[in-house]
Design a protein around this ligand. Sequence first.
Ligand code: HEM
Length: 187
Amino acid sequence: MEYQPPGIEPQDLLPASVPVQEPRSAPDPHPDLVPLSFLLGRWQGAGVGGYPTIESFRFGQELSFSHNGKPFLIYTSRTWLIDEDGKPGRPLGTEAGFWRPQPDNGVELLLAHPTGITEIYLGEVTGTRIELSTDIVTRTASAKEVTAGHRLYGLVGADLAWAYDMAAVGQRLQPHLSAQLKRVSAA
Ligand code: HEM
């Protein structure tokens, strides 16, 4: 007989013939999301990066902030190299995570990177500006040594600007990336 986790009988499982339906209408944002709601949507733009140990570069970026009615934002970012002719090139960093608003304009940010690193940030929302510092950075045995991060996000006019400083590979906390993005669609 096929293995079943304890407590689940075969008849409790959804028969394959039953279509799985998505909820029909998009839920309203959870009220706790109000301080972060200016982030909602899809953003695209470009930025610059560098570090004492690497060549400087330009990159394109797409960010998405969405919600499912619960009190957190769902976040993804992908980036790609912009070459000297301004053409899009190879994929660069990608990251995904959750933004969790807290009382008194606090925010917790959980991020995972395919480079074997995860970060937990604690931050503060002041109007349309968010400043975050890492509480913890964890990494797999094969990941590069990253020990701390600092991020700023804020509206500059209608654009979303952001900057990332890191302490890594034996270097003190200093800029790695900054970018400016335009909203290309609502949440
Ligand atoms: C999300 C956007 C990011 C972009 C566009 C980006 C881009 C780059 C590039 C182009 C390099 C040079 C090596 C290469 O060509 O791959 C690099 C190196 C590096 N990045 Fe990033 N990065 C991003 C995010 C991050 C984040 C979030 C972290 C840390 C959590 C990070 C940590 C590092 C480290 C440790 C190095 C290696 C430095 C060295 O070995 O000297 N990067 N990054």
